[in-house]
Design a protein around this ligand. Sequence first.
Ligand code: DP6
Length: 325
Amino acid sequence: MDTEKVPSASAIAHPNIAFIKYWGNRDDTLRIPMNSSLSMNLAALTTTTSVEFRPDLKEDDLVIDGQSASPQALQRVSSFLDLIRSEKHLKAIVISNNNYPMGTGIASSAAAFAALAAAASQAAGLDLDEAALSRLARRGSGSACRSIPTGFVEWQAGSNDEDSYAHSIASPEHWALVDLIAVVSSAHKSVGSSTGHTLAASSPIQHARVADCARRLEICRKTILERDFTAFADIVELDSNLMHAVMMSSSPRLLYWEPATLAIMSEIQTWRAEGLQVCYTIDAGPNVHVLCPQEQADEVETQLQAMDSIQTIYRSSVGEGVRLV
Ligand code: DP6
């Protein structure tokens, strides 16, 4: 490695919202999921991360939004960097900035590890293609592998490190879908996704959820390719409800919804019955991702704004994959 020039690189990535969810791993260490999943990247939200490998550092250093990261976050990033650095002693300074406040309950690990994978591998002198980058990002956070390719993205579960990665099924321009993220609570979730994945198998219905997943994914992919919102809404809500049913029936139980979550779900069903094209999906938290075609987004946003229980609404169109900056 060239010691004259400090090896550094920066990358930008978006989080993604899954329409067909990843919940439960075949292999927790390698993050090989029980089922394939499907998502879109969120253009409006970004994480920009720079990585600098420096011979003078004794330890890795991680700064997120101007603040020194927690020991747990640093440990997760250090372990990830160990997958990349050829010289084990070479430590790195990682600086990451989000354009949305941390702790709003919007999942940020996908964008974080997608940007980190791209920046760190480039700084380490590796020239990884998209599939290799997606595999690498997966090791940091499963859903991060879907933030590598552009637009609408499918993560084929595979069965080992080699064949578990994501690819794009359609560009951002293919379909002008909008995600209105209704933030109802910014409290930190008591049980994070990584722990949640390890509990999934304890639910008696996880097996049924996984067994039917290929069917749902095929329908979902088709509705996206055909831009069929009505059929899309039906399968997306079913998949989200199935994941939460697994969460609510695992040991210990995981109940991520709050009263405001349910109020929004209920309103959405009413609006749809009245003719508005809109549906919901919910991750491991109480906030609701409200999906609609762009033509309906102003009206849906106005309706959401009228609900007292919503603190903030983020509005995003379909985003690109990770890129170096
Ligand atoms: C509910 O990718 O955050 O958002 O691999 O442990 O980092 P780790 O988990 P993570 O899990 C995401 C779970 C989900 C559904 C999804 O995005 O598919």
